[in-house]
Design a protein around this ligand. Structure first.
Ligand code: FAD
Length: 451
């Protein structure tokens, strides 16, 4: 029996590994359209700088990130952010306002720290604190992130504090994004504890041995590379399969020659997944193809330390949409992580939203203009640009219902499974879990005994 995995990002790689582990007799073939594996796990090592093209860390509380790293022997590679610089800022105009300490995800848990910060007005802080005593909304329906946060904490807290943090994750518009699909835990806290703040306080009592975010010493691509090395009988080949067809009870993938498969894991971004299933099921193709995406770009700049006057005493800052800037965030990478820049140098990273029309030079110029805030006095000694045109799926209102309809349509095609960021979580641990779940479902459909 043969299973083909299409897409060699972290979701596809995790699926291949799981297929090997579940079923030795299966021949696994992984088809990737570009010259490299890892997808959005992309690290470059240039002149002593370690440059993350996209993801630079992942959440430790979602178990398959740490879990997979440990299984691959990468436990000693996991690193925490530099504790001496544990603060971040929000830019308003040309000023950087410290984010209050005690942030859990996007929500400050210490009202005392919030009142020390000048990020919210007096009225805004009072409204925020009132959350503890607001009744919970009845348990039905979905709402946007913006609507939920404004309802619980006030509009000002949404615009000045939560929106830029949320946009740093989804590169998207909180008025459009579904709370149920992005932060279902916040709504669960409201329902279970009557208040998000009271719920977060109760949660913080459960301790984890790991810091909230972890990175990898040599960069995130090490996770993909090590995973590839761990594969024992997966054949990896280049190619972009044409739309799937059925042939004599099997699936046919045309990648120049035709691969016949008993199972197919589709682990590409949604536009490519839609094309792949279009030969099987036009309704399924449309449902997947309608998942919107945000594009973004990451400009990474290296400087001699003495050429940046700012103390860089934090992890960086986020920029609220209300600022009308193309910049989503600026990370002071060498202050956030050890060993990202050679001695005497600083590495900075500017995350830009919506990139389609800009030339490479325009994007770099926008990033460099942003850095005037940090009083940069010279040309960079390193410039790297990574564009992500189909970068981040947007779980807009209706996404959970769309997933239900996708599942119903998918049930018409036993042996086909979907994985990756487009569906049930964009973070690396969720993508790993989705690849593994896809492998499980394929093996179940191939072998009633294994199920
Ligand atoms: C700028 C940026 C920063 C991020 N930062 C973080 C972070 O700090 N922490 C975090 O947890 N997450 C982060 N994410 C999200 C996370 O990196 C991604 O959601 C995740 O890596 C996606 O994995 P994937 O396997 O689903 O897809 P991808 O990584 O997109 O992999 C899909 C693969 O499929 C291939 N492919 C596409 N079409 C075809 C086809 N037709 N045939 C064959 N192959 C095909 C692609 O070339 C690619 O290799 C970030 C994302 C971006 C864009």
């Amino acid at each position: 029996m043969r299973v083909v995995v299409v897409g060699g990002g972290i979701a596809g790689l995790a699926a291949a590994r799981r297929l090997e582990a579940l079923f030795e007799e299966i021949e696994v073939v992984l088809v990737e359209s570009t010259h490299r594996l890892g997808g959005k796990l992309l690290t470059e090592h240039v002149d002593g700088f370690v440059i993350e093209g996209a993801a630079d860390s992942f959440l430790s509380r979602k178990e398959r990130g740490i879990g997979l790293c440990e299984e691959l022997g990468l436990g000693a590679e996991l690193i925490a952010r530099r504790p001496e610089n544990a603060r971040s800022f929000v830019r308003r105009g040309d000023e950087l306002h410290p984010l209050p300490e005690g942030l859990t995800g996007m929500i400050p848990t210490s009202l005392e720290a919030l009142s020390e910060s000048r990020l919210l007005s007096d009225g805004g802080r009072e409204r925020f604190a009132a959350e503890e005593n607001l009744p919970a909304a009845p348990p039905d329906g979905d709402e946007s992130i913006a609507s939920f946060v404004a309802r619980r904490f006030g509009r000002e807290a949404y615009e000045r504090l939560v929106e830029p943090l949320m946009a740093g994750i989804y590169a998207g518009d909180g008025e459009q994004l579904s709370l149920r699909a992005t932060f279902p835990n916040l709504r669960a806290l409201e329902l279970e504890h009557g208040s998000v703040l009271r719920g977060l306080a109760a949660q913080s009592r459960s301790e984890s041995p790991y810091p909230a975010f972890v990175g990898l010493r040599s960069g995130m691509q090490t996770l993909a590379d090590t995973l590839v090395e761990s594969l024992e009988h997966t054949t990896i080949r280049g190619g972009t399969p044409k739309p799937l067809r059925t042939r004599a009870g099997r699936y046919a993938l045309d990648v120049g020659d035709v691969l016949l498969a008993d199972g197919v894991v589709i682990a590409t971004p949604a536009p490519a997944a839609s094309t792949l299933v279009s030969g099987l099921d036009s309704e399924l193709a449309e449902l997947i193809g309608d998942i919107p995406y945000a594009s973004s770009a990451v400009v990474t700049l290296g400087y001699r330390r003495e050429d940046v006057r700012h103390p860089l005493d934090g992890y960086g800052y986020v920029v609220p949409a209300t600022e009308g800037s193309e910049v989503l965030a600026c990370t002071w990478t060498s202050s956030k992580w050890e060993e990202r820049a050679p001695a005497g140098h600083a590495l900075l990273r500017v995350y830009l939203r919506g990139i389609s029309p800009g030339s490479d030079q325009q994007l770099v110029d926008t990033a460099r203009a942003e850095l005037s805030l940090l009083e940069v006095t010279s040309e960079p000694c390193l410039t790297r640009l990574h564009r992500w045109p189909v970068g981040m799926p947007q779980y807009v209102l209706g996404h959970p219902e769309r997933l239900e309809r996708i599942d119903t349509a998918l049930a018409r095609h036993p042996g086909v499974a979907l994985a990756g960021a487009a569906y049930r979580g964009v973070g690396i641990p969720d993508c790993i879990a989705s690849g593994e779940a896809a492998a499980d479902s394929i093996v179940r459909s191939l072998s009633p005994v294994a199920g």
